[in-house]
Design a protein around this ligand. Sequence first.
Ligand code: BGC
Length: 239
Amino acid sequence: MSKRWGMGIRTLAVDIGGSGVKVLVMDEEGMPLTERDRLDTPQPATPEAILRVIAKLASNKDFDRVSVGFPGVVKQGKTETAVNLNPDWIGFDLATALEQLLGQPTRVINDADMQGLGAIRGTGVELVITLGTGFGSALFLSGELVPNLEMGHHPFRKGETYEQQLGRAALDSRGKRRWNERVQQAIATLQPLFNLDMLYIGGGNAKHITIELPPNVKVVPNVTGLLGGIALWRNESLG
Ligand code: BGC
């Protein structure tokens, strides 16, 4: 890893989503050094197609390491599920593939876990949920992550999962008012389950929330998904 005089280590953060792939370069403190850049997620969203998009987004940027948030279960750099992308991701070694493609050390974790690392304050029980194409979740105790909490595929109501009730398809088909009522019910269900100190709501659709939120619930901007890319390198057990 090269450390340039006066510049420090630059991290390329990549957020792979069901509808867009987003990137941002940050300095060691997590201060953005570039604008957030985005390209549509290719269809079919195979590993090869997504790697091509990442290579394109990275081509005009200068960085020393790479952090990736992936929308599925990730263990030791390998993607184990990818419900909203493509079955070819199952068992794919994304960290190694990106190290070869971009020539820099790479860490990969679940997208909601990365979002959480950028959002939490590091005390008590904190839960992060992300409302986008899918439903992401990340749980922290005193800043320590419980990785790959797949609450999105857990039953929520009416025989459907959180993702079926609150994902992008549900927002599009049910409309904002009904979707907001469901968000309210999800908050009311999750609060007494985890006895949360803080609940953060992120993801591209969090901006559609119009209900009044309890004092320990906070909407975080979507860029948080990328900002978590710095914390990924502070802790050896992550990524
Ligand atoms: C995936 C999660 C992911 C979430 C948000 C879900 O379908 O199973 O791993 O965090 O979508 O992208």
